[in-house]
Write a protein that binds this ligand. Structure first.
Ligand code: NAD
Length: 254
């Protein structure tokens, strides 16, 4: 039985995780943390601050807000409870905190918990250098619902960083072509955001060369794909030694 502390349990992702875990016999939520917990009718103990939670657990799953992630990393290291951190929009300082905590306990972080997107990232590692060297231009298009406040998406940046690392050259990101009235630079990756309706998440990496184009597209139709990935990560992390893990580590085991 994997015992989970769910941070942000009243949020959209926290609620999906709670209902998915409820249907499983190999996992249970032993505590829920949420700053908005006052109207909760949860079947597990709840706290508004993780510092007040002393429940024994195998893993923490966090889908909350960026400001609280440092505290989760500290708690995880202090209590030696591995953490699956899924919250996005983290600053470099918070990422550094996660790194420090991962020297004491197992921490899993991925800006996108879907197996599909991580498979796309894996394929990009193989394709990007070859196609860039062949003269292909690389652009990324992402589409999300009209309530999303950040742009581009964390996943678009994750894909762009993957391309950049694979190409191994100093590529720059171009977010807004209207700012410059000039031809596209060879060493740039254009990143474009659409915000409309209820689109859950669409990402496309476009490789376009002379007279041919390859597009690698991924579309999430519900947030359950991220919840399922987080649950998979929690199972993976239980009992792991200290270190920083991500979806590629899970995929290496598949
Ligand atoms: N990595 C991924 O694949 C992935 C997928 C979906 C969402 N996300 C990210 O997860 C985060 C949450 O997404 P969501 O859609 O559930 O958002 P949400 O706004 O629905 O839920 C966030 C929850 O966190 C709670 N919260 C705020 N401050 C808190 C604190 N100090 N302690 C505990 N809980 C606190 C809020 O009350 C809320 O219930 C966002 O950063 C989102 O971008 C990541």
């Amino acid at each position: 039985m994997t015992k989970v502390i769910m941070n942000g349990y009243l949020g959209q992702m926290g609620q999906i995780i709670t209902s998915l875990v409820d249907k499983r016999s190999d996992m249970e939520i032993v505590a829920g943390i949420d700053i908005a917990q006052s109207h909760s009718a949860a079947l597990f103990p709840t706290f508004s601050n993780i510092a007040d939670c002393d429940m024994p657990a195998d893993v923490i799953i966090d889908f909350s807000i960026a400001d609280v992630v440092s505290q989760i990393a500290d708690y995880s290291a202090k209590k030696n409870i591995p953490a699956v951190i899924c919250t996005t929009g983290l600053s470099d300082a918070v990422k550094q905190k996660i790194k420090e905590a991962s020297e004491k306990t197992a921490i899993f972080y991925s800006a996108n918990m879907s197996i599909g997107i991580n498979l796309v990232a894996n394929m990009l590692k193989r394709m990007s250098k070859l196609l860039f060297d062949e003269g292909f231009d690389i652009e990324i298009l992402e589409k999300h619902h009209n309530r999303k406040v950040d742009a581009p998406s964390g996943t678009a940046l994750l894909l762009a960083d993957t391309v950049k690392d694979a190409v191994g050259e100093d590529l720059s990101y171009m977010y807004n072509r209207s700012l410059k009235s000039e031809k596209r630079g060879r060493n740039e990756i254009g990143i474009h955001s659409v915000r409309a309706g209820t689109i859950v998440g669409y990402h496309s990496v476009i490789f376009s060369g002379r007279d041919e184009t390859i597009e690698l597209n991924h579309e999430a139709f519900s947030k359950e794909v991220f919840a399922a990935g987080a649950i998979k990560a929690a199972k993976f992390l239980k009992g792991k030694s200290a270190g920083l893990y991500d979806m590629q580590d899970i995929m290496d085991e598949l």
